[in-house]
Design a protein. Sequence first.
Length: 319
Amino acid sequence: MAFREYKMGGMFFGFALGFSMLITIFFPTIYITNHGAPNDYGLDKTMTYGHNNGFTYSDPFLKQWHKPIKAVLSKDPVTGQAFAKPMTVYVYRAGDPFPSTITHPRVLAGEGVIALSKSKGKIEAADDSKGAVFTLANGAYKGKELSYIVDLTATRNWTPTQVLAAVPVAQQSHASQGRTLYMREGCWWCHTLLPEETQDWETFGRPPLVGDLNGQSPTTFGSDRKAPDLLHVGSRNSSREWITMHLFNPRLVQPHSIMPRFDYLWGDKDANGKTINYTKWRKDYLEYAAGKTIYPPEVPTPAKSSEASHLIEYLLDLK
Ligand code: HEC
């Protein structure tokens, strides 16, 4: 029988096909993040960015809907008593979807982090239709010091509204919206968020660890670096003034910069409610660039609710 001649080949083929299917189907079900329990840094990032941090079904046009607010609370929102140490809180108003670290505690990885977040942090009591306020805390699990998430709405009865009322608007950060803008504006065409394990370390800070990324999707690592890595830009370059000027028009601070200007993110009005006159600004700037005037025109302070402001908050939060 002619077929017999192909028996060995057929068997090998069957084995190769079966094995590759096993790799394709079975391997992705192994939960790799189990090997990297999130650290403070990773927990802070997922709580800051919230659930919708990319192109999603619930925000297909990157309008930054339903994003949490990160704030530093310096007094008890109910009694008004000042804290000895300010507390960083992540405020999810009613309807803001929780990140997967809350909805699927397994994403937290690491037995201890899950156990502490559930038992001491009461994260399972959080209900996104009512909103909740979270913070991070440290605790011991089987003799090991670990960070975990605390649902302050369950443990202290603080509501998002009460907490937001206790923090001045100027000190509420919309880094979560800024992250979406980073994607929408294509900053990743030039910038990476991935210092590598080479001499990169010295300039851009430490490379990310597995635990830094739990619950974050997409990671916005970027693939092609034409500009400095920004993963830790907020630690390296924490001047709000510089970042603001550079974002408005990079040529103001780096005469030969290839970075586009993002002045349109300022919107119509500046922080004082004054209409921004882009035509006049441009005219003054071109005179300055041509050497006709000594000083460049002043960059308007972005309004707190402007996209520019949210993007700057995101950059400064990249510690
Ligand atoms: C065409 C490439 C390009 C794009 C797109 C781009 N940048 Fe840049 N960016 C640069 C370059 C080049 C530099 C280095 C400084 C310079 O030349 O202005 C830089 C520098 C920076 C810095 C300062 C980095 C440091 O080390 O201090 C920040 C912050 C920054 N960019 C943010 C952004 C943001 C936010 C976006 C998106 C809204 C963006 N960039 C889009 C090219 C780009």
